[in-house]
Write a new protein. Structure first.
Length: 218
């Protein structure tokens, strides 16, 4: 694993994992934590370690967050800058919770992103989690930041969500998939919010399968 800075701020860096031999594709891992400074890319390391063993180049990124010079639009700009910072070809974004928001948002705005896997993602700022979204941006910015307001995304999006998610209601993914023509909904019975980023769980395996499917289309 190699640590690479993509800017001058302490949060503008990522960890690049490169497999042995020829890579099957590339994945950008975007961690969650409701965009807050207290959560970092260590959440994405277990996923990166699985995916590099699967034969993918993995770019596990950090970004400026609320409480650490982040907020909108800086947080989104960092994600786009990170995606452009390393030459790993077309990428699939894989993001959890608030990182799922950023994964889908980046799919809309970056030509390098060919698809997104949204894990228990925050996809509609006007529903269920509005008070948390208002910590990232103002209500006037929802139209430019909330993925549901940006449909069609123009890329395939797979939304994997547990029906027992205690932090981000499954209705976030259900509602998004109802209005996004290229979205696929995968509801995992009995799964909670952290199951989708816990290797060994059924929820994670569904995310992993989606990444493989999208990345190998490239």
């Amino acid at each position: 694993m190699q640590r690479i800075a993509y800017g001058g701020h302490p949060s503008q860096f990522g960890e690049l994992y490169v497999p042995d031999g020829v890579a099957d594709g590339a994945v950008v891992v975007i961690h969650g934590g409701f965009w807050h400074q207290r959560y970092g890319l260590e959440l994405g390391r277990p996923l990166a370690e699985v995916l590099v063993r699967d034969g993918f180049v993995v770019w596990n990124i950090e970004y400026r967050r609320v409480g650490g010079d982040g907020g909108w639009p800086v947080t989104g700009q960092d994600v786009l800058a990170a995606i452009d910072a390393v030459d790993i070809g077309p990428v699939v974004t894989l993001g959890h919770s608030a990182g799922g928001h950023l994964a889908v948002w980046a799919a809309k705005h970056s030509e390098r992103v060919v698809g997104a896997v949204a894990q228990a993602a925050v996809l509609d700022f006007t529903q269920h989690v509005t008070h948390r979204a208002l910590e990232l941006c103002t209500e006037e910015q929802f139209g430019e930041a909330s993925p549901t307001a940006l449909v069609p995304i123009g890329k395939p999006v797979v939304c994997v969500h547990g029906d027992r998610d205690e932090d981000v209601p499954v209705e976030q993914s259900v509602g998004f998939c109802a209005v996004e023509p290229q979205a696929e909904l995968v509801v995992v019975p009995g799964a909670g919010h952290m199951d989708v980023i816990t290797p060994g769980t059924e929820a994670w395996e569904r995310c992993r399968e989606a990444v493989v499917r999208l990345a190998r289309r490239c």
